[in-house]
Design a protein around this ligand. Structure first.
Ligand SMILES: C[S@@+](CC[C@H](N)C(=O)[O-])C[C@H]1O[C@@H](n2cnc3c(N)ncnc32)[C@H](O)[C@@H]1O
Length: 294
């Protein structure tokens, strides 16, 4: 039987902040379009020539930081590997990976593929839950950077039990080689079921990130990882971090995004994002979101 290791935790991953650009760096005509205005960081078409030079410099830094999510074997000979950026928009991030040396392809659900091609990137319009035009085992790695696990995503697929989505990663796994890798950044409403599905694909390593986001690496060449037990792991161990919610100090179980309270020797568990929301000043407090597990 193949030995399964627990999910690995790494120290927080630093991510450079997008600089404050002067208005002269933006093409105001492009920003009049609300789809563009909502995506100013990662849409090359909204920048003037000077702005684009600075934006590309930012994306080079950011991509360099995110490249750390790849297994080390990918870093030695970059041109050897072909990746796919899932949710690439017009390719600003995808092209930064190309400048690093990787061969890259992109898919995007919005109708912007002409802009992607005009920027010198390959890709097509598609949904990450489909990918039907791509053959099995095509890519060495896939990047899913800030596409999944916003609050609406959680409410639609997890609370609403939308049958069209989960399993979330099956279509992505199909297009990856068996010794490949799947990396990305999940928004702060990531949940136990999302991380457990990632763990079922291979060796899983997690990085806490600013804004309660989560960086991940699935190394597909390794056996599936085990989710550590929130009821048994030591509260001062690697899977917990200290969190302050309102005035209350809590223990945050990072792999499943859950807060843990010790109540008379038993652990109470709650999904962290609603507890954080509830603690925001405008909301009234209630304890109903806590579930006693022992
Ligand atoms: C925050 S942005 C991406 C940032 C990313 N690092 C980049 O620039 O490549 C998320 C992108 O994913 C796209 N997207 C969201 N859900 C998608 C889906 N189900 N299939 C394909 N693209 C999706 C959005 O339209 C958006 O362009």
């Amino acid at each position: 039987m193949i030995a399964r290791a627990k999910i690995k935790m790494k120290p927080p991953l630093e991510w450079p902040r997008f600089p404050d650009f002067p208005p002269a760096f933006f093409r105001q005509d492009r920003l009049a379009d609300s789809v563009r205005a909502a995506r100013t960081f990662y849409d090359w078409t909204v920048f003037t020539a000077d702005g684009l030079i600075q934006a590309e410099a930012y994306w080079d830094d950011a991509t360099h930081a995110l490249e750390m999510l790849l297994p080390e074997r990918f870093l030695a000979d970059r041109p050897h590997w072909t990746g796919i950026n899932l949710g690439t928009f017009t390719g600003t991030f995808q092209k930064a990976w190309m400048r690093l040396g990787y061969k890259m392809y992109g898919i995007e659900q919005q109708d912007v593929i002409e802009d992607l091609h005009a920027y010198g990137c390959e890709g097509h319009r598609d949904n990450v839950f489909s990918l039907s035009a791509i053959g099995g085992g095509t890519f060495d790695f896939a990047i899913l950077d800030r596409v999944f696990c916003q609050r609406p995503f959680y409410e639609r697929y997890e609370v609403g039990k939308n049958s069209s989505a989960p399993p979330y990663f099956a279509k992505i796994r199909r297009i990856l080689k068996d010794d490949g890798a799947f990396i990305g950044v999940l928004y702060d409403w990531y949940s136990r079921s999302v991380v457990e599905e990632l763990a079922s694909l291979g060796g899983l390593t997690l990085w806490p990130m600013k804004g309660n986001r989560l960086g991940f690496q699935v190394d597909l060449s390794l056996p599936p990882a085990l989710m550590p037990d929130v009821m048994r792991e030591p509260l001062d161990g690697i899977y917990f971090s200290d969190a302050k919610v309102g005035d209350t100090r809590m223990k945050w179980f990072l792999p499943a995004n859950e807060f843990v309270r010790d109540v008379k020797g038993a652990r109470d568990i709650a999904f962290a994002p609603p507890v954080r929301e509830q603690a925001k000043p405008r909301k009234t407090g209630s304890d109903k979101r806590w579930a006693r597990k022992t």
